[in-house]
Ligand binder design. Structure first.
Ligand code: CAO
Length: 376
């Protein structure tokens, strides 16, 4: 029986596609999943495999042709094909607009079959799997004759998404090696873990380490600290760093930006709101101090004291965590020399500051080491 293999619906509103290669000729014997043609759309190159095995009787296309969904590609002589099966298949909608409920039961007439390396799936399903980099041999199948359906794929995606934030760690009985205690994580720590893991997986991280000589700055800070102590304002190094970062972000606006959702443009923000990582007994919080470029060091010190105290007493409002354009994580009060903080998306960069200390620095004019305050 002759089956006319047609170009399926490719989804995404693709109406015309150009053929870059035809991989079969009349007389060829082909197997299921052998590639018939390779298409080139504006968006991607895609292979169209055969859903049937058989002998190619006629090829209706040549390289360079432009095809529409439903156009015939080849006539295939398929052994044992019924008249009903010889009818053209309805086109496949590959648009994953709505994912079915994760644990939606399979239709009662079909059993769930384990994943298989040779599962039969339509070109639309294969294409979607390719685009999302999903190995179809891992997906359980519920379709007739062990076929892998679009819903099988969507259920698998939904399942993976729901597990995405969870580290996959097997259940281990640690008490086998000594006494243990299990402490439930609070919401802040769980969310921090999930967000940091997502950030680590989605943002390519590169760290640049450097030292800043802050000898004069530290002298100024010490004098301001004494002056403002009577008014109850604690002048630490951080407000100076915030001010320095605000000035630099004006010079380097690419760093005060976010990618658009398509990843094809940068949104440069004309405001400078800094997220400040604050260590609290409940976990890490990142309140935002707004318009840092328009405030002086004393005002920034007051605001920093205010937000860090309210973060520690859990009195910050939700909008005080939003809108940061860049983050500073300062471990200077704690210690350490270098560390790599994790970028907080949709921001594109973060500054990590360690503890300043007095170091011998070579002065070539004096041909001597002199003590300088160096901030890593
Ligand atoms: N070098 C040397 N000394 C430093 C310093 C540095 N880089 N940074 C702070 N100090 C000093 C301060 O000046 C202060 O000393 P004095 O009282 O003598 O002035 C002391 O260390 C304690 O400072 P602090 O940490 O209380 O205050 P701060 O303004 O520097 O920081 C805050 C405020 C809220 C950012 C900080 O308390 C905090 O929570 N840091 C932790 C951030 C964090 O956990 N990040 C990890 C996330 S991973 O990205």
């Amino acid at each position: 029986m002759i089956k006319v293999i047609k170009l399926p619906d490719l989804g995404e509103g693709i109406e015309d596609v150009d053929i870059s290669e035809v991989q079969v000729s009349a007389g060829d014997t082909i197997a299921v999943d052998d590639i018939l043609i390779i298409l080139e759309s504006e968006k991607a190159t895609m292979e169209i495999p055969s859903e049937y095995a058989g002998t190619v009787k006629a090829v209706h296309v040549t390289a360079g042709d432009t095809l529409k969904p439903g156009s015939p590609i080849i006539d295939l002589d398929v052994e044992g094909l019924s008249e009903a099966e010889a009818e053209p298949e309805p086109s496949v909608d590959t648009t994953p607009t709505e994912l079915p409920a994760r644990s939606a039961p399979p239709t009662p007439t079909h059993t769930v079959l384990p994943p298989s390396t040779s599962a039969h799936a339509s070109p639309g399903v294969r294409r979607l799997a390719r685009e999302l980099d999903i190995d179809l041999s891992l997906v359980p199948r519920t379709g007739p004759k062990g076929r892998l359906t679009k819903d099988d794929l969507l259920n698998y995606i939904k399942d993976r998404l729901s597990k995405g934030g969870q580290p996959t760690q097997p259940e281990i009985d640690f008490s086998a090696w000594g006494p243990v205690e299990e402490i439930p994580l609070n919401k802040i720590r769980r969310l921090t873990g999930e967000r940091m893991q997502a950030a680590w997986q989605t943002v390519p991280h590169v760290t640049q380490f450097d030292r800043a000589d802050i000898t004069e700055l530290e002298a100024l800070r010490q004098s301001m600290k004494t002056t403002w102590a009577e008014s109850g304002v604690r002048i630490t190094l951080l407000p100076f760093l915030m001010k320095a970062v605000a000035l630099l972000l004006k010079d380097y606006p690419d760093v005060n930006s976010s990618l658009t959702s398509t990843g094809k443009a940068l949104i440069l923000k004309k405001y400078i709101h800094l997220g400040i990582a604050v260590d609290t007994p409940e976990g890490l919080m990142v309140p935002v101090i707004r318009d840092v470029d328009q405030k002086d060091v004393v005002q920034l010190s007051r605001e920093l004291m205010d937000v860090s105290e309210r973060a520690r007493s859990k009195k910050l409002k939700p909008d005080e965590f939003q809108g940061a354009t860049f983050t500073i994580s300062s471990l200077g009060g704690i210690g350490g020399t270098w560390f790599s903080p994790i970028v907080n998306p949709p921001q594109v960069a973060i500054l990590g500051v360690s503890r300043a200390s007095v170091q011998p620095v070579w002065d070539s004019k004096k041909a001597a080491f002199i003590p300088r305050t160096i901030l890593p």
